[in-house]
Design a protein around this ligand. Sequence first.
Ligand code: UGY
Ligand code: MN
Length: 258
Amino acid sequence: MTSPSQDGPSPQAGQSPFGETRTRVAATHALIAPDSHVPQPLLGWQGGEGVVLVSPAMRGGGPRFTQYLVRGAEGCRTGGASAGVERLVYVLEGVATLDGKPLAADHFAWLPPDEAYNLAAPEGSSLLVFEKRYEPLSGVAPPARTVGSLADAPAGAFLGDPDAMLATLLPVEPGFDMAVNVFTFQPGAALPFVETHVMEHGLYMKQGQGVYRLDESWYPVAAGDAIWMASYCPQWFTAMGKSPATYIYYKDIHRDPL
Ligand code: UGY
Ligand code: MN
């Protein structure tokens, strides 16, 4: 058996030996493929690490929110987000606990700003987190903590297409200034037109594959990919392959863009 030092460094499974990646960070959008992840300690979390997929640190300071993955580990926990910041935590794998109660895969918790809690992500769990500075709305109280599951979320055919099912995790109420939805497309189904809108998106491909149009580029995308779409970034998706494609996505809603 030859030692690695004799052979030189070799790429990990799924990585190109020629410095190629599907990752691209552009002015109006970004695609972050798993082969370019660099785990790091996360601010406000103890005992674990994660990957910040989308943040205002991106090109042009574009995103107005943060999207990151947490890899669970022994002792990995958080007591809350930074002051004034709301969180949506979606369990991708394993079982997390929120104040001692289990939060299993495909369950989520929306946590209001400035609320203390004990959220633990043990070994074997992984979390998708969206964070945003909560924007209060005059005369409307911030919502209370909201816990639920994908299975119990209201879902319906998107613009009448039963092959494109949209589940909305959070109540559509003005108190919420973010929405997090789960879209499932049967193979061959697509967004019916190229959307262009003021809301920005953060997206995580949960399963399957397809092609995402972002601005003037078309990208092959697959499970594990993350996407940022700036306000007004033209966007379109079609699912490919033999199994459904599902993505979880964030958007900002219910606030004056002025
Ligand atoms: O809610 C949305 O804007 C959604 N239809 N966009 C998307 O899937 N890119
Ligand atoms: Mn959209």
